[in-house]
Design a protein around this ligand. Structure first.
Ligand SMILES: Cc1cc2nc3c(=O)[nH]c(=O)nc-3n(C[C@H](O)[C@H](O)[C@H](O)COP(=O)(O)OP(=O)(O)OC[C@H]3O[C@@H](n4cnc5c(N)ncnc54)[C@H](O)[C@@H]3O)c2cc1C
Length: 466
C-alpha cells in the first residue's frame, strides 16, 4: 500500500522475502529488538525501520535499490550511526542499509598517494593502517574511533586537523555509487589531479545518503609530518583566548589544530579524565603545530608569543607522545563528558569566519545565560567552527522550549557574523527548519531539481539534508 509521501506503508511478507533472497539470512534483520537498534543516532529523534539489510557487495546494493525503487520503499544508508543531526534515522520507515559489513581497506598506495576503501571502514582503523606506511588521512572527526569513512563522506566530516588540512571532500579522489535506480556509476580516479567531467565527488560529499549509496571510495593520503608540538594555553578570561585565536590566524600562522574550551567544559572533561586540566581557568586553547623540526619550533614561538600578549597565565607543552595522546583523548571525550550531566546533550555546529570568533563566543555565552541553560562552549576555533554543547532533558518540555529558542538565536547570530548553519555535522533533520536562513529559495530549488533528477521517487533517505 502506498501512503503518505508516496512511500510503501508497510512491507508485506512477499517483498521482505525478495530482500531476504538478495542478502541471505545472516544479513537480514526484522525482529523488533533489532529494528530498534537502528532507530537512532546521536541526535534526539528516533524512528525504527521496517527492515535492516547488511549488504556485502555493490551487486547486492544494486539489486536492493532496484527492488526498493519498484515498490517505492525508502532506503536509508547507515554507517556507525554517530551523526549528531538525525541523518541516518529512517523517519519514513522502510529499509536501513547498514554498510558496516563492507569494511575492507582494498588498497593503500603511498607511491601514488591514495588508498581505496569500502564505505564501512572505520576512520581510526584506516589511520592505524596508514601509520604503518608513514602516511595519514587528515580528516579526524572526534568520532574517528567509531565513525565510518562512508558516513564521514556523506556528512563531509571535519575535525581538529581540518583547520590546516581541509575536510573530507578535499580528500575524495573517486567513488563508486549505486543510484536509486540500481545503476552503478564510477567517477574520479586515482589521480591527485583530475578535471575530467563534472566533479561529482563534491556533490556526493555532504549529501547525507540522499543522492546515492556510496560503495567504494578512493582517498588522497599525505606523508606524516616529521614533528609535532602540542601546547595548552590557559586564560583567566574567555575573551582573551578567543582574541589569541584571531591573532594567530590573522598573522598567517596555520596550526594543525586550534581548539577552544570554556570553563564548563574544562571542568567536566577534567572530572572524567583526570589529566590535570586547570580547573579555575575561564578558557583553554589546545594548539598543535606540525611540520619539520625547524618549522614547529618557529611556529610554536610565534603562537606562544600571541598567547602571552593576550594574557595567557600558563602555557604547558606535552612532553611525550603519551601526554599528547592523553590531551587529544580528553578533547575527543567532550560530548560523552557533557552527556553525563543530564539525559540528553545537544551539540550545535554554527560556524563563522575566524575574525568573528570573539564576538560569536561572547554572544553564545550571553544566549546561554539568557535562557538559563547548562551548556559549555567548545570550538574548532581556528576555523570558527563553534560547538556549543547543551545538556538537557527531553522530558522537560519547558527546558526544551528554552533550548530551541537559544539554538535559533545562536543561528541568527552566526548569520549576522557572515557565518553558516553547519561547519561539519550537516543538516539531517535537526537543522532543516533553519535552512532558509543560509540558502536562498532559487538555490534550494536547484538542489531539489538535482535530487529529483537522480532519485525521482525520493526513496533515498527522505526528509533529510534539503
Ligand atoms: C562523540 C562524537 C564526536 C563527533 N565529532 C565530530 C567531529 O569532530 N567532526 C565531524 O564532522 N563530526 C563529528 N561527529 C558527528 C559524526 O560522527 C560524523 O558526522 C560522522 O561522519 C558520521 O559517520 P557515521 O559512520 O556514524 O555515519 P552515520 O551517522 O551512520 O550516517 C551519517 C549519514 O551518512 C549517510 N551514509 C552513511 N554511509 C553511507 C554510504 N555508504 N553511502 C551514502 N550515505 C551514507 C547516512 O545515510 C547519514 O545520512 C561526532 C559525533 C560524535 C557522537
Amino acid at each position: 500500500m502506498i501512503g503518505e509521501g508516496g512511500y510503501q506503508q508497510s512491507m508485506n511478507t512477499l517483498i521482505k522475502k525478495k530482500f531476504h533472497s538478495i542478502v541471505g539470512d545472516d544479513h537480514f534483520r526484522d525482529r523488533p529488538e533489532d529494528l530498534i537498534s537502528y532507530s537512532y543516532d546521536a541526535f534526539t529523534v528516533e524512528a525504527a525501520p521496517d527492515l535492516v539489510l547488511l549488504p556485502v557487495s555493490t551487486t547486492q546494493i544494486s539489486e536492493i535499490l532496484k527492488l526498493a525503487s519498484e515498490h517505492r520503499i525508502p532506503v536509508t544508508a547507515r554507517g556507525a550511526g554517530s551523526s549528531i543531526c538525525g541523518a541516518p534515522v529512517p523517519i519514513h520507515g522502510g529499509i536501513v542499509l547498514s554498510m558496516t559489513m563492507m569494511n575492507k581497506i582494498l588498497e593503500t598506495n603511498t607511491a601514488d598517494r591514495y588508498c581505496i576503501v569500502e564505505p564501512g571502514v572505520i576512520n581510526g582503523d584506516l589511520q592505524v593502517e596508514l601509520a604503518k606506511t608513514g602516511f595519514f588521512y587528515p580528516p579526524d572527526p572526534g568520532s574517528m574511533a567509531f565513525s565510518t569513512i562512508g558516513g564521514n563522506l556523506a556528512q563531509n566530516a571535519g575535525g581538529p586537523r581540518c583547520l590546516k588540512y581541509g575536510v573530507t571532500s578535499d580528500y575524495v579522489l573517486g567513488m563508486e555509487v549505486v543510484l536509486a535506480s540500481g545503476e552503478v556509476i564510477r567517477f574520479g580516479s586515482r589521480n591527485v589531479k583530475d578535471v575530467t567531467g563534472y566533479r561529482l565527488s563534491g556533490l556526493f560529499c555532504g549529501s547525507e545518503g540522499t543522492l546515492g549509496i556510496v560503495t567504494e571510495i578512493t582517498l588522497k593520503v599525505l606523508p606524516q609530518p616529521e614533528a609535532y608540538r602540542t601546547v595548552l594555553a590557559v586564560f583567566n578570561n574567555l575573551d582573551d583566548s578567543a582574541a589569541t585565536v584571531s591573532d594567530i590566524i590573522g598573522a598567517g600562522i596555520l596550526p594543525a589544530a586550534l581548539e577552544l574550551l570554556d570553563k564548563v567544559l574544562i571542568n567536566v572533561v577534567e572530572d572524567a579524565n583526570n589529566i590535570g586540566l586547570p580547573r579555575g581557568a575561564e578558557g583553554l586553547l589546545l594548539i598543535e603545530v606540525d611540520g619539520s623540526e625547524e618549522q614547529v619550533e618557529k611556529e610554536l614561538a610565534l603562537i606562544t608569543g600571541k598567547a602571552r600578549n593576550n594574557n595567557a597565565v600558563d602555557i604547558q607543552q606535552a612532553r611525550t607522545p603519551a601526554e599528547r595522546e592523553a590531551l587529544w583523548r580528553a578533547r575527543r571525550s567532550l560530548y560523552s563528558c557533557m552527556a553525563r550531566l543530564k539525559p540528553n546533550c545537544i551539540v550545535e555546529d554554527a560556524t563563522v569566519p575566524a575574525s568573528k570568533l570573539p564576538e560569536m563566543i561572547r554572544g553564545i555565552r550571553a544566549i546561554i545565560n539568557k535562557y538559563g541553560l547548562l551548556a559549555g562552549i567548545s570550538a574548532h576555533a581556528g576555523d570558527g567552527n563553534m560547538h556549543p554543547l547543551i545538556s538537557c532533558d527531553m522530558r522537560d518540555q519547558e527546558e526544551m522550549e528554552r533550548v530551541d529558542k537559544a539554538i535559533e538565536e545562536i543561528f541568527k547570530l552566526a548569520m549576522a557574523c557572515n557565518g553558516t548553519l553547519s561547519g561539519e555535522h550537516g543538516i539531517g533533520i535537526a537543522k532543516r527548519k533553519y535552512l532558509s536562513m543560509s540558502i536562498d529559495e532559487p538555490t534550494l530549488n536547484f538542489m531539489h531539481t538535482l535530487k529529483h533528477a537522480v532519485d525521482p521517487h525520493g526513496i533515498l533517505n527522505p526528509g533529510k539534508a534539503i
